[in-house]
Ligand binder design. Structure first.
Ligand SMILES: [Fe+2]
Ligand SMILES: [Fe+2]
Length: 150
């Protein structure tokens, strides 16, 4: 598959975002106090690694197969059943949530520039997973009282 210059530049940006996400989640998994939050972050670190692999495949001219819907994410949707939380963990969650929001929006921009329909679908699937990461963190914050809903 041929990638034009604009597609290539945007995909290279996505690649660096995924690399940053892997590094961030690995670091956050080490820094988090709550074991459930550690688990959430380390699961996301491996999801970001899958995203990076997919982006690398596209950059090398291949069209990866559309991944199957994972069940794993569902189990992570309701983490954080305590009523107290650690201030440091709350900061990590806020940072992670802000990062997911940003990365999701950059996927949107990239998708709009893609020539190949299959590549659009693959990137759309990754974008959906970023939104699910955001949802998992949002729910954790809500369940632990970090995020007070109005
Ligand atoms: Fe990602
Ligand atoms: Fe993500």
């Amino acid at each position: 598959m041929f990638l034009n210059q604009k597609e290539r530049l945007l995909l290279q940006d996505q690649k660096s975002h995924e690399e940053a996400c892997i590094q961030k989640y690995q670091e956050f998994a080490n820094r988090a106090q709550d074991p459930q939050l550690k688990q959430l972050f380390s699961t996301y670190a491996s999801k970001e690694q899958e995203h990076l692999n997919t982006i690398n495949q596209i950059l090398s001219g291949q069209i990866p197969a559309l991944p199957q819907q994972g069940q794993q994410q569902q189990n992570l949707f309701n983490q954080g059943q305590g009523s107290t939380y650690n201030e440091n963990d709350a900061k990590l969650c806020q940072d992670a949530l802000m990062t997911e929001k940003y990365v999701s929006s950059t996927y949107n921009t990239t998708i709009f520039e893609c020539t190949n329909t299959n590549v659009r679908q693959i990137l759309n699937h990754i974008q959906k997973e970023e939104q699910e990461h955001g949802e998992g963190i949002f729910n954790y914050m809500k369940n632990t009282g970090m995020y007070t809903l109005q």
